[in-house]
Each structure stands twice: as structure tokens, then as C-alpha cells.
Design a protein. Structure first.
Length: 192
């Protein structure tokens, strides 16, 4: 079993990454308080996808191949830019949103296609596990701790957003800001 100090050390290491606003926070701002749960669930599911890929060794394969890593990075960047452009040009129609709510899928893909999230489970996690113990069990303990941290952090954002008045002008403004942030994240992912 993993030592509690290892879990605390891992949380201290991932907190700055978790606290840095990214696609999940942008999706929270765009979706408002009604979409907080799908954003949080999509983000957390993405963490478990990365942990599972690390357990299976697939992430290590991608990280060892610079070409495969570049493909993941570019696909993730294109996804974020596309999501940003879609957000910019979306009509914001309540009728269209009521039929289908792809917020969970967007949050999941934003996390799964983020090569930095994959690198956490390939470069950071090994620093906190004991090789002689069950690696899968240790990784799933760490991802669960990471998921609880992400849930707490994104819930705090949702709480703050709940306190902000939501007029039509504010929704338009947040949609524009969110669009720019998503496109900027995509461009940054493509160029770094």
C-alpha cells in the first residue's frame, strides 16, 4: 500500500498544475453553474483515463516516441482551438442546449487530449510509488487523491461563479473570454 506521505507529496506537486486555470475552468465559466457537474465529472474521468493508460503502459509508449507525443499534442491543440472557435460562434440558444449537453464529453476530451496530464502520470507518479508494491493500486490511490483535489478546486470555481450575476450580456462576455482562452491554450499546446 502507498504511504500517506507519498500521497500528500503527490498532491503538493500536482496542486499548482490543478490550480492553474485551463480548459476545465474555461468550460465552467462558459457553461455556468448548471454545467459544473458535467465539467467536473469529465475532468475527473480524464484523470482516470490517464492513470489507466499509465498502468497499461500505453502512455509510456507515447512519451518514449517523440512522433506519437507530437501527434497527441497537435490533436489536443486542434481540439482546444476548435472548441474555442465553436464557443465563439455558438448562438447560445437555450433550445439547442436543452436537447444535447456535450459538456461532459468536452471536459473529458480536453483532459484526455492534454499531453501535460499524461506526463503527470508518467514522470511525476513514479516519484511517489514504491516499485516493490502493487503499482496499479498505488497509481489508482494517487489518481483518486488527484481527482478529489480537482473536484474540490473546480467546485470552488463553481461556487464563485454561482455568486456572479448571469445576465445575457455577461453570458456573451464570458463566452467570448472562454473562446479566447481555449484558442490560446490550444495555440500554446501546439507551440510548446
Amino acid at each position: 500500500m502507498i504511504h500517506p506521505y507519498a500521497v500528500l507529496g503527490f498532491l503538493a506537486a500536482v496542486f499548482p498544475i490543478t490550480a492553474t486555470p485551463g480548459a476545465s475552468v474555461a468550460l465552467l465559466i462558459q457553461g455556468g453553474r448548471r454545467r459544473a457537474v458535467p465539467v467536473i465529472l469529465g475532468t475527473v474521468t480524464g484523470l482516470y483515463v490517464h492513470a489507466t493508460l499509465a498502468v497499461l503502459g500505453l502512455s509510456a509508449l507515447v512519451m518514449e516516441s517523440s512522433e506519437a507525443f507530437a501527434v497527441v499534442r497537435v490533436v489536443g491543440a486542434v481540439y482546444l482551438v476548435g472548441l474555442g472557435l465553436w464557443t465563439w460562434f455558438a448562438t447560445g440558444s437555450r433550445v439547442a442546449r436543452a436537447r444535447t449537453d456535450p459538456t461532459y464529453t468536452r471536459a473529458l476530451l480536453a483532459n484526455v487530449l492534454n499531453p501535460k496530464a499524461a506526463s503527470i502520470y508518467l514522470t511525476l507518479v513514479p516519484q511517489f510509488v514504491a516499485p516493490q508494491e502493487n503499482l496499479a493500486g498505488q497509481i489508482y490511490v494517487l489518481v483518486t487523491a488527484h481527482a478529489l483535489l480537482a473536484i474540490t478546486w473546480l467546485s470552488l470555481w463553481a461556487f464563485v461563479l454561482r455568486r456572479i450575476p448571469t445576465t445575457d450580456a455577461f453570458r456573451r462576455w464570458t463566452r467570448r473570454v472562454t473562446s479566447v482562452v481555449l484558442v490560446a491554450l490550444g495555440v500554446r499546446a501546439a507551440t510548446t
